[in-house]
Ligand binder design. Structure first.
Ligand code: ADP
Length: 456
């Protein structure tokens, strides 16, 4: 739009300048022509008079050729030819082209005094001493022409401008289409994070700078996608490879704990076991995330009763909850059955409930509630613990993100739990949200479709 406005304004100025120049030049030319014409007629009559051509009087009187000429005697008295009271009253000046305005009318006037050199003019007798030959032409005819041109221009300019604006808009829209495509794709990629998208190119588009830019950006996106895929693959391979050594460390740590000879050995062995468990937990979360990223995570869809799943997850958190004197209560409605992958969904609620206990306050409570709607089922895990500040609320879903105050070993946290929860829920076509107030508690709400409709 801006280009069109600029371009149209420029066109307006340009057209105005061109028309003004043409008008001035053509006016000047038409005046020049009139002057030349008048001068030619007067000169012709003068030369005829000088060569005693008698028929010149008859010609001046009636010939179209001399329509602008009139003759006066040496005293300025009208003899014959074109007569007009105004013209007859203009002062005579020999051989001087000039413009005179009488009664608001403008005339081009040219006089020549023809002296009676050979002893008397042929005719009429009154012209003894000589004759004034006067050529005149009203400038009004050119003014009419100018006025007409002015109105034509006034009518033509808007049409030209309208056409220029429409044409300019169409051309700039077409020319900027590739940029529009680039912006649209960039916005899509940044909002949806889908690096698979590419900038569309129009078939038969000219191989210009914008085309080259589109091709280069698409090649860059190919490279970025390739790098991201390689990174995902690396995470998947690394987690996979780590599983076996971690299981061996865990098994041998447990064995060491069993055969420990003294307290010190038992403490060391239990340390190994606890850290190996943490590593194992981290690696399995990483593996699930990598599989979801690579779109290789299968969903073994089956009817899952979320009430049962929540009970199992609560039981898993019970030991720790008892340590913190936290009571886990539930208010689960009827028929919380959805179509989902039971193992994956169990890990969602295990994480949410264990987080609620982990970040809940000692002596507090954790409540799990669930409702079935017409198309969706919602489960809420609520605690009255430390809560999450606004600053952290958006970031807790990021991988390896932990709020500053929980970055210590006490919580044995790695910051992958919620990232995995979100990925699994979204894989099932559902959503997860948090409501929380610092020092008052948090409420995580998982919404799942009753019938499985996988997201892309
Ligand atoms: P982890 O618990 O292993 O650190 P998560 O991804 O489960 O990782 O959680 C990320 C961060 O979100 C936690 O470090 C914590 O700061 C915050 N968080 C999660 N659940 C709660 C909760 N119920 N109450 C307060 N903070 C929470």
């Amino acid at each position: 739009m801006r280009i069109t406005v600029w371009y149209t304004s420029f066109m307006l100025v340009l057209t105005a300048v061109v028309f003004a120049t043409v008008a001035v030049v053509s006016y000047r030319l038409s005046i020049d022509n009139v002057e030349k014409d008048v001068m030619a007629q007067v000169s012709l009559v003068a030369s005829k008079l000088n060569s005693f051509e008698r028929d010149v009087f008859g010609k001046v009187e009636s010939d179209e050729e001399f329509k602008n000429v009139s003759l006066y005697d040496a005293n300025g008295k009208y003899i014959l030819g074109q007569y007009n009271y105004d013209i007859a009253n203009i002062k005579f000046e020999d051989a001087k082209m000039r413009r005179e305005t009488i009664d608001g009318k403008e005339y081009i006037v040219y006089d020549v005094f023809s002296v009676n050199r050979r002893g008397g003019m042929p005719k009429p007798d009154k012209a003894d001493s000589g004759i004034w030959i006067r050529g005149t032409e009203s400038v009004n005819s050119t003014a009419v022409l100018r006025k007409t041109a002015f109105w034509v221009i006034l009518a033509v300019i808007p049409v030209i401008l309208l056409l220029a604006a429409l044409g300019g808009y169409y051309i700039s829209k077409k020319a900027l289409l590739p940029i529009n495509n680039i912006v649209k794709t960039a916005m899509n990629i940044s909002s949806k994070g889908d690096v698979k998208q590419r900038i569309a190119t129009t078939a038969g588009a000219p191989r210009d700078e914008l085309y080259n830019l589109t091709v280069t950006l698409n090649a860059m996106l190919d490279k970025i996608e390739d790098l991201i895929n390689r990174e995902k693959q690396f995470t998947s391979d690394a987690s996979h490879e780590l599983r076996t050594p971690i299981s061996v460390i865990l098994a041998q740590g447990e064995y060491l704990a069993e055969i420990a000879q003294n307290e010190k050995e038992a403490e060391l062995a239990s340390n190994i076991v606890s850290k190996a468990k943490q590593m194992s937990d981290l690696v399995s979360k990483l593996l699930i995330l990598a599989r979801i990223d690579l779109k290789r995570q299968n969903i073994n869809a089956e009817k899952v009763d979320l009430a049962v799943v929540c009970d199992i997850a609560s039981d898993a958190a019970e030991v720790y909850a008892k340590e913190k004197n936290i009571s886990i209560t539930s208010d689960l409605g009827e028929n919380l059955i959805v179509e989902a992958d039971e193992t994956l969904i169990l890990s969602v609620f295990t994480n949410l409930i264990s987080n609620a206990v982990k970040y809940g306050k000692c002596g507090g409570s954790v409540n799990i509630s669930g409702r079935r709607g017409e198309c969706i089922t919602t489960i809420t895990v609520k605690d009255d613990g430390m809560g999450i500040s606004d600053e952290h609320k958006d970031k807790i879903w990021d991988r390896f993100y932990r709020a500053d105050d929980v970055r210590n070993d006490e919580y044995a946290s790695c910051g992958l739990g919620l990232a995995m929860v979100k990925a699994i829920v979204e894989l099932h076509g559902g959503s997860v949200a948090v409501r929380s107030k610092e020092n008052e508690g948090s409420e995580f709400e998982v919404t799942l479709k009753n019938t499985l409709k996988q997201s892309e």
